[in-house]
Design a protein around this ligand. Structure first.
Ligand code: NAP
Length: 296
């Protein structure tokens, strides 16, 4: 029997992911807080439900992709939440990026009602969501991961079962530590190149194929030089993920001096109203310190 799928949270990521489930032939029921975002999915063959509870009542697997920890808690534990409608034996998959510790608590609450949970945060941005090429980091029981695999394969390309419940979120936060530290390195290097009077595009060309090369340097370096701040990933979302990193690191007792500094640098940009710019606009924080600008 093919599993009936429910999808909650049709934002930038959820839209593409839900459309890909329909394309793969799954029977789909959707819910979004802002009802108008359900329209294109209903037009493509999905059923719209009035509450998360009703999605859960009509689904064997419920996927959630909302913003932050409190939002996942609201759609699962709220008055008309998933928990109120879910049947024993069903599975909840949370694709949002949220707290690993809160994930474990939610899984325990769902388990008490016979409902399994996987945490499955994604990376690959809106483009990966639309094309079905996301990287998906999965935490939970192996049998549930196997059950969910056809669903993951409809939405992503690289699916990695990284450990028990919460491990997917931990690995997603590992990803974010690497992303922002890499971004700061790229930004410092471009500040130095500018001050040193070299051609920035040539400097990038010279170093990117060697040991200093990275996705951030190749993709966002040219954008910084062109002073193009359109987001692949916004500062506000980046900052949300860094807050999750620092909260988890605090619980673990792990010092993250560099990531803490970057959190504060992004905070200066949010304070200036730049939260909707791309995370590579981090260089503006260094420019404010240095008193000169890069590229242009
Ligand atoms: P988004 O476009 O801002 O969409 C957020 C979605 O969550 C919307 O459907 C929103 O409903 C819903 N939502 C938020 N709070 C809610 C609440 N309290 N109750 C019910 N629904 C709520 O965000 P996104 O870019 O799709 O990101 C979703 C998740 O994926 C986040 O955890 C993000 O960190 C993660 N992620 C994003 C990217 C990316 O590049 N964008 C990449 C990897 C991972 P409304 O439509 O009513 O506002």
């Amino acid at each position: 029997m093919t599993e009936r799928i429910g999808f909650i949270g049709l934002g930038i990521m959820g839209q593409g992911m839900a459309h890909n489930l329909l394309k793969a032939g799954f029977e789909l029921t959707v819910w979004n807080r802002t009802a108008s975002k359900m329209e294109s999915l209903v037009a493509a063959g999905a059923k719209a439900a009035q509450t998360p509870a009703k999605v859960a009542a009509q689904s064997d697997i419920v996927i959630i992709c909302v913003s932050d920890t409190a939002d996942v808690e609201a759609v699962i534990l709220g008055e008309h939440g998933v928990l109120a409608g879910a049947q024993s034996g069903s599975l909840v998959i949370d694709c949002s990026t949220i707290s690993p510790a809160a994930t474990q608590q939610l899984a325990a609450t769902l388990a008490a009602k016979g409902v399994a949970m996987l945490d499955a945060p994604v990376s690959g941005g809106s483009e990966g969501a639309a094309k079905g090429t996301l990287s998906i980091m999965v935490g939970g029981e192996a049998s549930e991961v196997a059950r969910a695999m056809p669903v993951f394969q409809a939405m992503g390309r690289t699916i990695t079962h990284v450990g028990s419940i919460g491990a997917g979120q931990t690995v997603k936060l590992v990803n974010q530590i690497l992303v922002v530290n890499n971004a700061l390195g790229v930004c410092e290097a471009l500040m130095f190149a500018q001050a040193g009077g070299v051609d920035l595009a040539k400097a990038l060309q010279a170093v990117q194929a060697g040991a200093a090369g990275s996705w951030m340097l190749t993709n966002r370096g040219p954008q910084i030089i062109a002073r193009d701040w359109r987001p692949g990933f916004t500062i506000d979302l980046q900052q949300k993920d860094l807050r999750l990193v620092l909260e988890a690191a605090d619980k673990l007792g792990t010092p993250l001096p560099s990531t803490s500094l970057i959190f504060q640098l992004y905070r200066t940009l949010q304070a200036q109203g730049l939260g909707s710019e791309g995370n590579h606009a981090l260089i503006k924080a260094l420019e404010h310190l240095a008193g000169f600008e890069v590229g242009g």
